[in-house]
Design a protein around this ligand. Structure first.
Ligand code: SAM
Ligand code: SF4
Length: 479
């Protein structure tokens, strides 16, 4: 099985009938690293500081540390790595639920086909257009398009919906410049078709890497095929999709097993496809109307444990974007930003047509309840004033062809500050001019000045020039 993407990623031979997670091996590493000493933990933290990632054993040691002082040290190192590689920018996006029609039966999800109380909805092109306009009016430039797994949501329908998202420009600079996609895995042929829609990242979460658990919670439909999902990213990369996003649905099985398995998945992609995932997401099971897991999940991950999972991931894969959604509360998201999260959703709805319907307080088509209800403007104000973060709407890398191995290569050389920091400031300036209230404008402009003052004179001159052009009305400037 060999093919080439447009970035000449060559895909090595792999056997899609082989589960690349060996449960015994994973448990062996966990058991071997139980009760680590402070010296062992300290040694792993020191190693992490060089930004070269961690081994599975290192990760197992950190996961099983019980010394609160060492956890504080872990959080400090996570922040250091985040600051070194990503600076203080934070990328914002919004999910756009296109369809909650689903033929699968995932016990934890409100969209599962058995849920007869859910109002089913697949947006038509006009409705997609309306949703996009609401998102544009909030200032969004990036969306994550989400679809249930259903014949209605075949690849052609998905491509058509994405084209509508890109074409819904409002003439005032409002436009979606990157559409990431979260939909069911496909054949290589269908992934090639999906790629024609110029998608950003293809996201698909394994949910759980523990096969027995996987099979017990995916009881009907295509998704019950564990291996078909496990090799989704291999197929996507064979089809030429360079940026892929992984995730575990925390709460289904032991978090230590899940994290080590997801990192094994990262290694497999690096080994077989030459490049690891562009992003990792951290969904945690939320109560969903009509799901069978509406009470406490079987392996509940509390906030403290969740923070450690995020921080350890930052140390383990320093160059991978970490995404946090509105599933988490504002307070916790703020803490997670410090620990290495690089992208957050803002102003989200989890129902098809939800942005329109939210004005009417209508939530009967929702996938799960969300924990964050503030507007984009309020979230941005807090990011700027409380966390000194630069909210970024940048979509430059993917449009300049800096994707896949190329993007990771740039990140590794710590060149992100050359593109990402300036582009964050320029797109933030656009936001301030076009969408922010007065209070946010003032705080935002002060932040921009502080950032310029900290740059080299040559770079500051270049960026200020772009900011001035933005102030004068030019839009979509990026390096
Ligand atoms: N149908 C596609 C699939 O299952 O991959 C894509 C859409 S599905 C709605 C996107 C993700 O939502 C799933 O991968 C799962 O991790 C997450 N999800 C489902 N139910 C959830 C719940 N109750 N709480 C939090 N996340 C949930
Ligand atoms: Fe359908 Fe995806 Fe929800 Fe499963 S997680 S029921 S496949 S929408």
């Amino acid at each position: 099985m060999t093919s080439q993407s447009h970035h000449q990623i060559s895909i090595a031979e792999y056997d899609p009938t082989q589960n690349f997670i060996n449960d015994d091996d994973i448990w062996h590493i966990i058991n071997q690293s139980a009760n680590p000493s402070a010296t062992e933990v300290q040694a792993v933290l020191e190693k992490a500081r060089s930004c070269d990632g961690l081994s599975l054993k290192d990760v197992a040691i950190l996961l099983q540390n019980t010394d609160p002082h060492m956890d504080q040290e872990l959080f400090t190192v996570a922040k250091e790595i985040k600051d070194t590689i990503y600076g203080n920018r934070i990328v914002l996006f919004a999910p756009l639920y296109v369809s909650n029609h689903c033929a699968n039966r995932c016990t934890y999800c409100g969209f599962n086909e058995e849920n007869k109380h859910l109002k089913r909805k697949t947006l038509n092109q006009q409705e997609i257009h309306n949703e996009v306009q609401i998102l544009q009016d909030m200032g969004h430039k990036r969306v994550l398009a989400v679809y249930g797994e259903h014949p209605r949501n075949n690849v052609n329908a998905i491509v058509e919906s994405i084209k509508t998202m890109y074409s819904a420009k409002d003439g005032r600079g409002g436009e979606i410049r990157r559409v990431n996609v979260n939909c069911a895995p496909m054949s290589i042929e269908d992934f090639k078709t999906l790629k024609t829609a110029a998608i950003g990242t293809y996201q698909c979460f394994q949910e759980t890497y523990h096969r027995a658990t996987y099979e017990s919670v995916h009881i009907k439909g295509q998704k019950s095929d564990f291996l078909y999902r496990q090799y989704a990213m291999h197929r996507a990369m064979e089809a030429g999709i360079d940026d892929v996003g992984l995730g575990v649905l925390f709460g289904l099985y032991d978090h230590r097993f899940e994290l080590l398995s997801m990192l094994t998945h990262v290694q497999r992609l690096e080994q077989d496809c030459g490049v690891g995932p562009h992003t990792i997401s951290f969904p945690r099971i939320e109560p969903a109307h009509g799901s069978q897991l509406s009470t406490k999940p079987p392996y509940d991950v509390d906030d403290e444990c969740f923070k450690r999972i995020v921080a350890i991931t930052r140390l383990a894969v320093p160059y991978t974007g970490l995404i946090m959604s509105t599933r988490e509360s504002a307070g916790l998201r703020k803490e997670l930003l410090e620990l290495g999260v690089s992208q957050i959703s803002a102003g989200s709805c989890t129902a098809p047509g939800g942005y329109q319907a939210s004005k009417e307080q209508n939530t009967d088509a929702e996938q799960f309840s969300i924990g964050e209800h503030r507007s984009v403007n309020d979230i941005i104000y807090e990011l700027v004033t409380d966390s000194n973060s630069i909210p970024s709407f940048c979509t430059g890398c993917y449009r300049k062809g800096r994707t896949g191995d190329h993007f990771i290569g740039l990140a590794k050389k710590q060149f992100i500050s050359k593109f990402c920091q300036p582009n964050a400031l320029i797109t933030f300036k656009e936001y301030l001019k076009d969408y922010a209230d007065k209070k946010t404008q003032e705080a935002g402009n002060q932040l921009i000045e502080r950032e310029l003052a900290a740059m080299s004179p040559a770079r500051a001159r270049n960026v200020r020039n772009c900011l001035n052009r933005t102030s004068a009305g030019e839009r979509d400037i990026y390096l």
